[in-house]
Design a protein around this ligand. Structure first.
Ligand code: ZN
Length: 397
């Protein structure tokens, strides 16, 4: 702890002691509000991060136990990818994997803290990062949707190949037995009822040079892969979550969101083709876009996702309350809540959270402000269930 922090804490204690001296024998800390009242407005309060390497497992578990759970979160979504001790496919094991026993410790802490744990493998897209193929395409290059595009030694975007991240070919006949075996092992180890498959920012899809996908509708290819994974998970009573960006028309004649948080590569019509029990994670980091409404009206459960801008996060929370209040009982309940995403990794995040820094991309400041918002809303909502605050919903239906 830094010296100024200690001094300021001592000052606070001194002030509390003086204030309390006249009334009470000792200053009592402010009672923490009952965070469960948030369930009416934000049933899912999620934190998303890449699971750190095994050498930080204890620190991560302690963060979950000591900070995340007391902070009012009830969901932890962790990107595992291939850093897992796969028994059936040891050739795919990446560095930093936790043991199954250590994962069990995290499972126990989450269960005792009322936190739903959602493991993730990035599927379809995000099979490379900059100039490096990730484990699946390292081991099985034949699954590459665009094998003619070679990974550059010095990656830049944009580039002539229009390479952002590589995708696997979802129509390769040898692919899914491997994927499903890996998913199953991860679901088992995390004792998970939900699995996040990523599937964001898929740029390589239905490539005209892929012998299996050429001539196919990108929306149909995308939807078929989502539904294929969903069918596998559903057979095990596990719910599929995905990022929602490929299902929004990003063109200026539609949403105007562009090619990252929406689609400019003709996948957006898949919104009509995907099983309605897939959970949509609708991410917008620079503007509090309203696309959660699109998903709810189409019949999907949707989680609004934010990142580093507190003013955007505050608006997204306000929108969620408004959406739930001013929607039919069928639509209103589909706005499931909010997800704080972290894209800088746990080591950077925890360093900033503990010590403070000016590196806003690490998301610790936004996380801290989100926790404060949870406390504020918990106080405001105490004793006021959603229906009682919304006369229109009670009387208008
Ligand atoms: Zn293909």
């Amino acid at each position: 702890m830094k010296l100024p922090v200690i001094i300021s804490l001592l000052s606070v204690v001194a002030v509390l002691s003086v204030k309390g001296a006249g009334k009470n024998k000792s200053a009592e800390p402010a009672a923490k509000p009952d965070m469960s009242v948030l369930d009416n407005y934000f049933p899912v309060r999620s934190f998303y991060i890449s699971l750190p390497a095994a050498d930080m497992a204890d620190e991560f578990i302690e963060f979950v136990r000591g900070d995340l759970i007391p902070g009012g979160f009830n969901n932890l979504t962790v990107r595992v990818n291939w850093s897992f001790p796969f028994l059936k496919h040891p050739e795919l094991v990446d560095t930093g994997a936790w043991s199954v026993e250590k994962i069990g410790e995290l499972v126990k802490v989450c269960r005792e803290g009322g936190v739903t744990l959602v493991p993730m493998i990035n599927l379809l897209g995000h099979q490379s990062w900059e100039g490096r193929a990730l484990k699946l395409l390292q081991v099985y290059p034949q699954f590459d949707e665009r094998p003619s595009v070679k990974l550059p030694s010095e990656y830049k975007y944009p580039n002539a190949d229009r390479l952002y991240c590589k995708s696997y070919c979802p129509n390769h006949p040898d692919l899914h037995p491997i994927l499903f075996a890996c998913i199953d092992e991860i679901v088992d180890a995390f004792e998970a009822d939900n699995f996040h498959a990523g599937m964001d920012e898929v740029f390589d899809i239905a490539d005209p040079y892929c012998p299996r996908c050429q001539g196919m509708d990108p929306a149909a290819v995308f939807a078929a892969e989502v539904n294929r994974i969903n069918a596998h998970l559903k057979a095990r009573s596990v719910r599929l979550w995905i990022w929602a960006d490929r299902l929004i028309d990003g063109g200026n004649s539609a949403s105007g969101y562009g090619e990252w948080s929406a689609s400019l590569n003709n996948t957006h019509r898949a919104i009509e083709m995907i099983d309605r029990d897939v959970m949509m994670c609708d991410w917008h980091y620079r503007i509090a876009e309203q696309s959660a409404v699109l998903f709810a009206l189409k019949g999907y459960d949707v989680i609004t996702c934010g990142w580093i801008h507190p003013s955007i996060t505050e608006r997204q929370l306000e929108d969620l309350i408004r959406f739930r209040r001013h929607s039919s009982k069928y639509t209103g309940q589909r706005y499931r809540g909010f997800m704080q995403t972290v894209w800088s990794g746990f080591p950077n995040f925890i360093k900033e959270l503990r010590n403070g820094s000016d590196q806003v991309d690490y998301a610790a400041r936004n996380y801290t402000i989100l926790k404060e918002a949870f406390i504020r809303y918990a106080k405001e909502f105490a004793g006021k269930p959603l229906e009682e605050k919304d006369g229109r919903r009670l009387t208008g239906q």
